[in-house]
Design a protein around this ligand. Sequence first.
Ligand code: TYM
Length: 332
Amino acid sequence: MFQDKKVVFSGVQPSGNLTIGNYLGAIKNFSTFSEEYHCFYCVVDMHAITVRQVPADLRRRTYETLALYMAAGLDPKKNTLFVQSHVPAHAELGWMLNCFTMFGELSRMTQFKDKSQKHADNINAGLFTYPTLMAADILLYQTELVPVGVDQKQHLELARDIAQRFNGLYSDTFVVPEGYIAQTGMKIMSLAEPTAKMSKSDPNPNAIVYILDSKDDILRKFKRAVTDSGCEVRAGEGKDGINNLMTIYRCFTGKTNEEIEAEFAGRGYGDFKLAVGEACADALAPVREEYTRLIADKAYLESVMKEGAEAAAYCARKTISKVNRKLGFVTL
Ligand code: TYM
């Protein structure tokens, strides 16, 4: 699509306050692609409505997510930053790809099964076909690389299968995307229940560290993080809490497990938790500061959204025209 550069695409749902899981698994890595790739980073508000949202909250979080993208280092001059509902081609291709996605495939998606349990009173068709809309997001821009946390791997594989199926039936139409899953930080666990993923929709606020938490809150949450009955800071089987804290510390400091074990030899969990909290708070302080500046300027954020949507829509149109032609729709 872009003669000079390959394409990166990723998205974040504005469905809750963003966590250090979102940051370490995805957002922090986004800016590393900005020079070498043509990058599209989207606020996926249409995905968010697969579970009930309070409209005012959804609107506010859409601005917040965009501001956080930028606070985390994404320059709107070097990246196309936009909101999914501003580019109707996502819904358009989503529908077409629904016709190339099997009921059985969607039934096997673990996120659908999890969310159906959590929202048993609202198992809507959108929740079921969520992965097809995600495939549309990706395939619309002829994406090569998709940076995501490991929880999105199954959705990504489905996007690849859909692309290959369509290409097989209609000749090459879509680039078949690859996932880019960070080595460290691909799955940050809950601080309260370290066998479960840290999730922005978790009702227990002590389980989650938000990107925008104050330093005091961050320190308090790490202090209360669930560990085990041992006292030696060492990675190992059955030490889910410590393993998770070591991962977080590695992400924020760049240290290895061996270095961390040496640093905390003979010092116990208390000292370690404090150090993880400090490292996290220090690393996020500049993000929080920049975010505070950006979120105060709605007009600027709207101008970024508008420019981003125009650039994205232009690229998306090319793929839609191609798909329309291949499917046999009459084009005027
Ligand atoms: P979402 O909004 O749940 O999460 C945004 C990104 O954060 C990653 N992530 C995590 N990484 C590590 N540890 C965690 N605890 C953790 N929690 C979340 C997610 O893997 C994701 O990369 N379906 C997507 C949004 C989406 C999308 C797309 C992504 C829609 N269309 C197209 C990529 C490409 C989602 O729900 O992300």
